[in-house]
Design a binder for this molecule. Structure first.
Ligand code: FEO
Ligand code: CA
Ligand code: CA
Ligand code: CA
Length: 603
């Protein structure tokens, strides 16, 4: 119980020191256990994980994917208005893969194999991407386990069939051989962070999707150049030796007579937020195009209010990219809410003015100001793109980055996760770093040239109304070495110490009491050492290091049960043989954190 003079956001534990150990470190009085490592069987025939790397592609489709990232716990009774902290659906993203660890003897390179890759290796790699839905339950001894045979257990992969929804659905620039009416696609890739919706579904973000496509055409369309699709792909999946359509589609060159004969438009079906309903296992994932197409890191919803629009925020994690907000056209009613609310609305992009004010700039062609900017830009060069206009609103959304350039948004230092303070309503975003920002490119919201350590920005919407088109912002904290100061007026509000130095904030989450959890994906050299998670009091800006990950990893993805007594923290791309010293392969895993006295984490 909380005594009357202790705020629910006070940070009660003793900070842990930095660490170089190949293990998880948490404060005294807390315990951890690795759970659901890559390869754990979770569905189908539950094929056993083989530490020698010989699991097949078909087996990987029934096992946990690799590179765990954003994660959410849905109480099993949520749809009935319940709040279970002992049973639920744990849903998580698998951002990318460690090819060396995935196969028995590493990956077979096309360059060493006559220009092709073994199809089953490719199948396995695609299956190690995507999303896992795992029904989990805590037994009376407090141990969490998978509910074997549960109908909710499910894998969604880089090859799962999906619908295109929202304004871009049916647009000619999404026509492919697979979907001549531009309404469907296959797969979701590079799913980084996520966001639970107010109606109990999960949105997975497609971040660095561009790397999975290859285009050998002499020139590429702006829908690819603005994202950096290259002439070869990250893992050469399009070169699978079976020649099957599911792999060939990743070659987005113009090789057929028309768009309906090839996959020149396949990349236009990526870059979205993908809605998955974990409580409806047979449901088809839905790509929600009204939220824009870019390098989506994740999404965070403002608390839904009966009869008001739904509002969510999403960052585009690339240097000098932007922060967006979507406001639905239709009002939210708890009884009827669903993904359709995300199909119609206004997408805005943020401008952070140097005086601490900010504006949400509409990207809707029906907005007179935006339309005038678009008209004025026709015939000019925007970035590297010779701009000849937008055909319609679908074209605007397909080229969201370009639209935001034209609108005059503020280029940020790599926006990663966002979080909304359940007590104050303030919105926080991590700006992880941007070593390419030069002195003449700084602005008040991104004030550091060569920003190697990042910062966290926050704002209050005007009138604390999330649909407002203006806001007031400030910088919550600058990350960095000991002595790094965050100054408000003439007062040093934060000066980092051994208890809280950190760099490259990435994951960000407010727990259900209002403590802010900050995860890092940065330099793991001295003085920071291994990546970590810290807890912050948003009112006082007290920050303490709570958790340090094993060697080489980033700490990304955090959620708890509703009572905040079990916390799930993801470890991505660990090294060596973490978490099992008897296994030669490193395995991404979810770390379960509990307090030994059964209390609230962080209190
Ligand atoms: Fe996948 Fe921006 O981190
Ligand atoms: Ca990552
Ligand atoms: Ca991230
Ligand atoms: Ca990152």
């Amino acid at each position: 119980t909380t005594s009357s003079n202790v705020s629910s956001t006070d940070i009660g534990f003793k900070a842990v020191p930095t660490s170089t150990a190949n293990e998880v470190v948490v404060p005294e009085g807390y315990s951890t256990e690795a759970f659901l490592p890559w390869g754990t069987p979770i569905t189908g025939s539950y094929p056993e994980y083989k530490p020698d790397g010989t699991n097949t592609g078909a087996e990987q489709e029934q096992q946990m994917g690799m590179h765990h990232d954003g994660v959410h716990f849905f109480p099993i009774d949520q749809k009935a208005g319940g709040n279970s902290s002992s049973e639920g659906l744990l849903v998580m993203n698998h951002e990318y893969i460690n090819q060396g660890a995935l196969h028995a003897n590493g990956a077979t390179k096309a360059s060493d194999n006559g220009g092709v890759r073994p199809a089953d290796e490719v199948r396995k790699e695609i299956a190690a991407h995507g999303v896992s839905v795992v029904h989990i339950k805590r037994d009376t001894s407090g141990k969490w386990d998978i509910v074997f045979g549960s109908p909710f257990n499910r894998r969604i992969t880089g090859n799962t069939e999906m619908d295109i929804r929202g304004p871009v659905r049916g647009y000619s620039k999404l026509i492919t051989k697979y979907s001549p009416d531009a309404t469907e696609t296959r797969g979701t890739l590079n799913n980084c962070a996520m966001g639970p919706t107010p109606w109990g579904t999960y949105l997975a973000a497609e971040e660095n999707w561009h790397g999975y496509f290859a285009n050998s055409d002499a020139t590429q369309p702006r829908e690819q150049t603005r994202h950096g699709v290259g002439s070869s792909s990250r893992y050469d999946w399009e070169l699978a030796d079976s020649g099957e359509d599911q792999y060939v589609r990743l070659n987005v060159s113009s090789i057929g007579a028309s768009a309906a004969d090839d996959y020149r438009n396949e990349a236009n079906t990526y870059g979205y937020m993908v809605e998955i309903d974990p409580f409806t296992p047979e449901s088809k994932p839905q790509k929600r195009t009204a939220l824009g197409r870019f390098g989506h890191e994740g999404v965070i919803f403002a608390p839904a209010k009966e009869g008001e629009p739904v509002v969510c925020y999403s960052g585009d994690d690339s240097r000098f990219e932007y922060i967006y907000k979507f406001v639905s056209s239709k009002p939210y009613y708890a009884a009827t809410a669903g993904g359709y609310l995300l199909d119609e609305g206004t997408l805005y992009v943020a401008r952070f003015n140097d005086d601490g004010s900010g504006d949400w700039l509409s990207l809707d062609l029906n907005d007179a100001e935006f339309k005038a900017k678009v008209d004025a830009a026709v015939g000019t060069t925007v970035g590297d793109i010779a701009f000849d206009g937008f055909e319609n609103q679908a074209d605007v959304l397909l080229n969201t980055r370009l639209a935001a350039d034209i609108a005059g948004a503020t280029p940020m230092d790599r926006p990663e996760w966002g979080a909304v303070d359940p007590n104050s309503g303030q919105v926080y975003f991590t700006l992880t770093n941007n070593s390419r920002r030069t002195e003449d490119q700084v602005n008040a919201a991104n004030p550091n040239a060569n920003n190697r350590t990042g910062h966290i920005i926050r704002w209050s919407e005007e009138g604390n109304d999330h649909t407002a088109t203006s806001f007031d912002w400030d910088i919550f904290v600058f990350a960095g070495e000991q002595g790094t100061e965050t100054v408000v007026g003439d007062e040093v509000i934060v000066s980092l110490t051994d208890d809280n130095i950190f760099n490259s904030p990435d994951g960000l989450w407010f727990d259900y009491n209002g403590r802010l959890w900050i995860q890092t994906d940065g330099s793991d050299a001295a003085p920071y050492q291994n990546n970590m998670m810290l807890a912050a009091n948003p009112e006082t800006r007290e920050i303490k290091r709570f958790f340090v990950g094993p060697q080489g990893c980033e700490v990304t993805g955090v959620v708890s049960t509703p009572d905040v007594k079990t916390m799930f923290v993801n470890i991505q791309h660990p090294e060596g043989n973490w978490p099992d010293s008897s296994d030669p392969r490193p395995r991404d895993a979810t770390v379960i954190v509990t307090k030994d006295d059964g209390g609230v984490i962080g209190a």
